[in-house]
Design a protein around this ligand. Structure first.
Ligand SMILES: [Cu+2]
Length: 146
């Protein structure tokens, strides 16, 4: 009987330790995630629930379609950024699969219906870049970097 009580106490203590270490692990994991997304020039994630705190603004792009706003288009479709600017995009799709593709920058993201993707890109070279959706060639856009 006494041995059983001692076992329960030990088990409870171990449980508390494992919970505490779990909390410790998950918070340090978030720190690492933030650091790695800052160092990489392109990061994408579709599972991130809460956007990482950032001082910069977010450039939102909607992949519109007939099942949503009425026609196939990027909204907005024209963008101007400065050389060296780190741009945080939030790209969403209305009711179909779309892509957010910029060949010259090796960017090719696919979005399922109603999916939202966040990614950060640093524009290092001046120029004009064509944006297109591979599923709908009439969906085009232009990104100017100067
Ligand atoms: Cu599309």
């Amino acid at each position: 009987m006494l041995r059983l009580i001692r076992f329960e106490i030990t088990f409870g203590f171990l449980l508390i330790i494992s919970i505490v270490s779990l909390i410790g692990c998950s918070s340090s994991g978030t720190d690492q995630e933030t650091k790695s997304s800052e160092s990489a020039s392109v990061t994408s994630s579709s599972t991130q629930k809460s956007p990482a705190s950032s001082s910069g603004s977010v450039t939102k792009v909607v992949n519109r379609d007939p099942g949503g706003s009425g026609k196939y288009e990027f909204y907005p479709s024209k963008f101007t950024f400065s050389v060296g600017q780190e741009v945080k995009f939030e790209i969403s799709s209305e009711s179909e699969f779309h892509t957010f593709t910029i060949d010259d920058l090796d960017i090719d993201l696919g979005l399922e219906a109603e999916e939202v993707i966040e990614f950060t890109f640093t524009f290092n070279d001046a120029g004009t870049y064509d944006l297109v959706c591979l599923s709908h060639p009439e969906m085009t856009g232009k990104i100017t970097v100067k």
